[in-house]
Design a protein around this ligand. Structure first.
Ligand code: 5GP
Length: 176
């Protein structure tokens, strides 16, 4: 059991499961993009660890970009998305792959998807480590999904609670 403030977290998705799933995703992505180059957009901060592991399993050329958006305050979606770090206008004609840590309501990914569409890429696909499938109300297809999870707060492997827990090597679920 781990603790942040007065909240307790229990192990949920362990290292071996994460590694195996990411290796499988990397193989799937490598096959789908064979002969192409990926313009990968990693959504900071939460996707940094997933991105680092995923790109090492991808066998086609990858050009890595980072963007930061914010839609979450503590454990509740605020429903507001603010861009923090912008795109550089380099995505025109590119095969864009968005890499997210977790998709909850889908608000963040839909705003980001719209923004990237304005850059006129050739194609946009989405990879997310986690999806809260009972909460997701978006219409976008999640092309590469690590794990579908129930609507319970998770921390670790890049995901935080008030900026803590991102360094935990595995995914923990709130214990209540
Ligand atoms: P959405 O816009 O899809 O509702 O929310 C997506 C964002 O909310 C994620 O990028 C993440 O920052 C945050 N989020 C949603 N659920 C969780 C969760 O269970 N744990 C953590 N740490 N963040 C979450």
């Amino acid at each position: 059991m781990k603790q942040i403030g007065d909240r307790f977290f229990k192990p949920y998705i362990v290292r071996k499961q994460i590694e195996e799933r990411i290796e499988a995703l990397g193989q799937e992505i490598s096959a789908d993009y064979e002969g192409k180059e990926i313009a990968l957009i990693s959504v900071l901060k939460g996707a940094f660890m997933f991105t680092a592991d995923l790109v090492r399993s991808i066998r086609v050329p990858v050009d890595i970009h980072f963007i930061q958006l914010s839609s979450y305050s503590a454990e509740q979606s605020t429903g507001k998305v603010t861009e923090v770090i912008g795109l550089n206008g380099l995505l025109a004609g590119k095969q864009v792959l968005i890499v997210e840590d977790i998709i909850d309501t889908g608000l963040t990914i839909s705003v980001l998807h719209k923004k990237i569409l304005q850059e006129n890429p050739a194609d946009i696909k989405i990879a997310s480590l986690l999806l809260k499938e009972d909460v997701y109300s978006g219409s976008l297809k999640i092309d590469y999904l690590g794990f579908a999870i129930p609507n319970r707060f998770v921390v670790g492997y890049g995901l935080d609670l008030n900026e803590l827990g991102r360094n935990w090597p595995e995914i923990y679920q709130v214990n209540n």
